[in-house]
Design a binder for this molecule. Structure first.
Ligand code: FES
Ligand code: FES
Length: 214
């Protein structure tokens, strides 16, 4: 028999027994909604916020969890799985997209921060029938093996070329007063945020050289 607490509430034993029963039900997947709600009661509930964002030229009105990254929103909410999740920590570049024309790691930015922004993913650069010049150059130069890093490489390359055209220097730029030639060393430095575990780097550099001339 349950013993009341000093304040008249349920005893510690009753709480532990009911918690254990809820845990067992939840673990077996047999918990009814009320029990699942009780199980989840300790978790913070998502806060949804309206966000209007243009993705690949299409206006999208979303209700986003304020904790959701742009990467997860693209992949899980919009079904744009071309943008890859590698490290989810800003270290590999697999998730690179263009935000208002600038490259960014989609795993490092929250979707809620992009109200009014324009996002371009690999799906928005070209189509199988009408490839972006950089996509065509990657195919021509065999700039990939498994292909997992490739969408991020291509988006990053497109953004990098725009940065170069705008006169942005890099850590490899020796003379900050002269026009920067896009040498192999410049391409390698400017693409250093995009890792390729298949080590297709020489072909990636060749592809970017050609894609940049198109
Ligand atoms: S998944 Fe974003 S940098 Fe690796
Ligand atoms: S092609 Fe496999 S990780 Fe780059």
């Amino acid at each position: 028999m349950n013993q009341p607490c000093h304040d008249g509430g349920p005893s510690r034993r009753a709480v532990l027994q009911s918690s254990a029963a809820i845990g067992v039900l939840a673990a077996t997947g047999l918990a009814p909604p009320a029990v699942r709600a009780a199980t989840d009661a300790g978790l913070p509930m998502p806060v949804l916020t309206p966000v209007s964002v243009t993705v690949n030229g299409r206006a999208r009105a979303l209700q986003v969890d304020t904790r959701a990254t742009l990467l997860d929103t693209l992949r899980e909410t919009l079904g744009l799985t071309g943008t890859k999740k590698g490290c989810d920590h800003g270290q590999c570049g697999a998730c690179t997209v263009l935000i208002n024309g600038l490259r960014a790691n989609a795993c490092l930015t929250l979707a809620v921060m992009h109200d009014g922004d324009e996002v371009t993913t690999i799906e928005g650069l070209g189509t199988p029938e009408d490839l972006h010049p950089m996509q065509a150059a990657f195919i021509k130069h065999d700039g990939f093996q498994c292909g997992y890093c490739t969408p991020g490489q291509i988006c990053s390359a497109v953004g990098m070329l725009a940065e170069h055209r705008a006169g942005w220097p890099s850590a490899a730029t020796a003379d900050l007063t002269a026009a920067v030639e896009l040498s192999g060393a410049e391409i390698q430095e400017r693409m250093s945020g995009n890792l390729c575990r298949c080590s297709a780097y020489p072909n990636i550099v060749s592809a970017i050289r050609e894609g940049g001339e198109a």
